[in-house]
Design a protein around this ligand. Structure first.
Ligand SMILES: [Zn+2]
Ligand SMILES: [Zn+2]
Ligand SMILES: [Zn+2]
Length: 262
């Protein structure tokens, strides 16, 4: 193809395209222009520069006289992409909040769990707080001290009376003293169930049917024996108050309180 024939084909093609399209063609100076304000690009959305748009033929122009035509590419401002800052993970402690590993964008102020910014996260904070667990009592032995049951933070080892950690307890106050390996003699008073002191109880008759109940543990003494002279003999005992259920004595139940330990 050459010369006039080629021009004619091009003209026909342009005419067809315009007649099939939404916009009609404008002759020069027939454009009906309106100003379209610039839209700034964001991290994820493209924007465009300001331009003049002809509502008749749909062409874009740089000027109000329609002298410089613009393409879509000319006016488009590509999306900016996020401006990421990396944040290392910080573990929360009992008193200070931490955070997950994340990336933050300085432009849109959003946080993401990935550098590419495809997974937005609403919160990156790991709240501060104790990790409180129930700790069972440890009974004292002749070789080691024991400890009362309590709540304790597994991270900072603070001890508490309650699971919510509102009432703190000194660890020292929970310690049960080690059993003392020495023979002791305990003088007891026997009271009947009405609270009356029983004079000259027949301890020999109840030997072997008596057990001491400590405030914390049933096993805070060893070698309990009742002598006929009204004393309890033990191989070892933790100093403290004891209450005893005494079975079999005159078919009644008595309470025995350790009054003194020598
Ligand atoms: Zn036009
Ligand atoms: Zn962004
Ligand atoms: Zn803690």
């Amino acid at each position: 193809m050459k010369g006039k024939k080629k021009l004619a084909v091009l003209f026909m093609a342009a005419f067809l395209a315009l007649s099939l399209g939404v916009f009609a063609a404008c002759a020069n100076e027939e454009h009906s222009l309106s100003y379209v304000e610039e839209v700034q690009a964001t991290c994820t959305e493209a924007g465009h520069r300001a331009y003049y748009l002809c509502s008749h033929c749909g062409k874009l122009f740089a000027d109000e006289n329609a002298e410089t035509e613009l393409s879509d590419e000319d006016v488009t401002i590509a999306a900016l992409g996020h401006d990421m800052t990396h944040h290392e993970a910080v573990e929360a402690t009992c008193t200070e909040a931490g955070n997950i590993e994340y990336w933050s964008c300085s432009r849109c102020n959003l946080n993401f769990s990935d550098e590419a910014g495809t997974k937005e996260v609403a919160s990156v904070t790991l709240p501060a707080g104790h990790d409180i667990e129930w700790v069972n009592a440890v009974e004292p032995t002749v070789s080691a001290e024991g400890m009362l049951a309590h709540y304790e933070c597994s991270k900072c080892n603070t001890c508490y009376e309650d699971v919510d950690g509102k009432e703190e307890i000194d660890r020292e106050d929970l310690v049960l003293a080690q059993l003392v390996e020495q023979a002791v003699t305990v003088t007891v008073e026997v009271h009947d169930t009405a609270g009356n002191k029983v004079e000259s109880p027949d301890f020999a008759a109840i030997s072997g049917e008596l057990s001491l109940l400590g405030a914390y543990s049933a096993n805070q003494y060893t070698g309990l024996a009742v002598a006929s002279n009204g004393t309890l003999e033990l191989d070892s005992i933790i100093v403290g108050e004891y209450t005893v259920e005494l079975y079999g004595y005159r078919r009644s139940t008595f309470t025995v309180t350790v009054r003194a330990i020598k």
